[in-house]
Design a protein around this ligand. Structure first.
Ligand SMILES: Cc1cc2nc3c(=O)[nH]c(=O)nc-3n(C[C@H](O)[C@H](O)[C@H](O)COP(=O)(O)OP(=O)(O)OC[C@H]3O[C@@H](n4cnc5c(N)ncnc54)[C@H](O)[C@@H]3O)c2cc1C
Length: 440
């Protein structure tokens, strides 16, 4: 039975919220609740489930104000929990040093940095089982589902009042401390609210790019060694940063629906593999004066694709791209052009991605792809598909102390939606740091 008064109320049941609650319980806190607007408490834990155990991936240790040693220590504690889940299996072994060094040398020869972390994976098809397993760690936390936080106020000095919507009814809770971990899906709700509450925030960079899908035979010789290889480029023409991200051997390309636009993403199942591999190629974009609103910039790009794709993302074959022409339904699977070598796993609109992508970003992506094709010959086979847009809106940044408490005492933040992480593990780490701060 839900109570009305809590010591800690956590908004968001993704990895940031769940791990914060696990640690709060572990550290002796009681009267904890997690609220989530969805009927199933999971957030992004239902997505793919690749874990990168490396302090350089999925988080920024400067943002979290922790050093490498502390990061690795917390990662090990989280790892113990995840690998207790029977379907979480190791997919990259860093002990494979000779092969990994060979790939790193090939990358260096073509101007790229290569990172191969220890990686584990459970697959989207095991997402629900994973969440049920994690829920087993929560003994004292109330899970308030189908409950959307609308506003937060502090009518008296002791407690926050959180007004929520639940089954079209208005309800409210009181809590001494609030941890906001709403993920990217709730980021703008909280940013608007934070501005009303005078919680300091500013714009951070976004990642804009494309997702490649290719016949997996071209990439297997690397992904068999490193499941999700990380190549990082600094482009010659613009000196910008481009990186590969979220590689899914045997995976699928997915569409994320944001209402007024759609974005590309990718995942893989544990039990059923496709003949393709997909990965994102992302260009980091930060804006300064006179316009620093990366949210609006990214959304305008996304809306441009939505417009040209007739309400769907665009997809273009490399063979068409090289010839400077759009892809079309009529020739999309042309055998004369060898397009049958890669069957699309996602229903996007064949078209011309260069019409909607800013020139500087397109230059950076193509330059990096040409280097990548030298490291992984065949990656630019004519059949390879380029889907766009893939955009990561980690664009709102909340200055906090080292326990992730904002300038408003008692309001802590964690996870992707508040700029504290960029992945499951990073989100979990930030949740744990906030939990430790709350206890303190
Ligand atoms: C297709 C896809 C594949 C991915 N694959 C991987 C991967 O393999 N590895 C990896 O590390 N990361 C992956 N990610 C990213 C990963 O899902 C996120 O980095 C991670 O889930 C962020 O965790 P979080 O706790 O910050 O937020 P989330 O997991 O997004 O959770 C936030 C929760 O807050 C709730 N919420 C938001 N606003 C409110 C509100 N106002 N009231 C109540 N509840 C609210 C939401 O319903 C949600 O459940 C993938 C993402 C996608 C989309």
């Amino acid at each position: 039975m839900a109570q009305k008064n809590y010591n800690v109320l956590i908004i968001g049941s993704g990895p940031a919220g769940i791990f914060a609650a696990i640690w709060l319980e572990k550290l002796g806190m009681d009267k904890i609740a997690i609220i989530d607007r969805n009927s199933y408490p999971a957030g992004g834990l239902l997505n793919d489930g690749k874990l990168n155990f490396d302090y350089r991936i999925g988080l920024d240790i400067n943002e979290l104000q922790i050093d490498r040693e502390i990061t690795e220590k917390i990662m090990q504690e989280i790892k113990k929990i995840f690998i207790g889940f029977p379907h979480c299996r190791q997919v990259t072994f860093i002990e494979n040093t000779k092969n990994i060094q060979t790939i790193a040398d090939m990358a260096a020869e073509h101007g790229a940095q290569f990172i191969a972390p220890e990686q584990w994976h459970w697959g989207s098809d095991n997402g629900k089982a994973l969440v049920d397993y994690l829920r087993g760690y929560l003994k004292k936390t109330d899970l308030l589902l189908n409950t959307e936080a609308v506003t937060i106020e502090k009518p008296d000095n002791n407690k926050f009042r959180i007004d929520c919507r639940c089954d079209k009814k208005k309800i409210h809770y009181h809590a001494r401390i609030i941890l906001v971990a709403p993920g990217r899906g709730g980021a703008y709700w909280f940013r608007d609210l934070a501005r009303k509450m005078n919680i300091n925030n500013n714009y951070g960079p976004i990642d804009v790019g494309i997702r490649l899908e290719l016949n997996r035979i071209f990439y297997n010789f690397i992904t068999d060694i490193v499941y999700d290889p990380k190549f990082i480029f600094k482009t010659g023409r613009h000196s910008d940063r481009v990186r590969t991200f979220c590689t899914n051997p045997g995976g699928r390309v997915r569409i994320e629906n944001y209402g007024e636009f759609k974005l590309i993403n990718g995942d893989a199942l544990f039990g059923k593999k496709t003949k393709n591999t997909n990965f994102a190629l992302l260009n980091t974009v930060a804006l300064t004066k006179p316009y620093s609103d990366t949210t609006e910039f990214g959304q305008r790009i996304a809306r441009q694709f939505f417009l040209l794709g007739g309400g769907k993302p665009l997809v273009q074959r490399v063979g068409d791209f090289r010839e400077g022409r759009r892809s079309s339904v009529a020739t999309f699977n042309s055998t004369i052009r060898h397009f049958e070598a890669c069957k699309a796993t996602c229903n996007a609109t064949p078209g011309d991605i260069t019409l909607a992508m800013p020139a500087r970003i397109m230059d950076n992506l193509w330059e990096s792809l040409k280097s990548l094709d030298k490291i992984i010959p065949g990656i630019l086979h004519p059949s390879t598909l380029m889907y766009a847009p893939e955009i990561k809106f980690f664009d709102t940044h909340f200055p906090t102390d080292r326990y992730l408490e904002t300038n408003i005492k008692g309001v802590f933040v964690a996870g992707d939606g508040t700029g504290k992480s960029r992945g499951i593990l990073g989100a979990a780490i930030s949740g744990i740091i906030a939990a430790k701060g709350i206890i303190r």
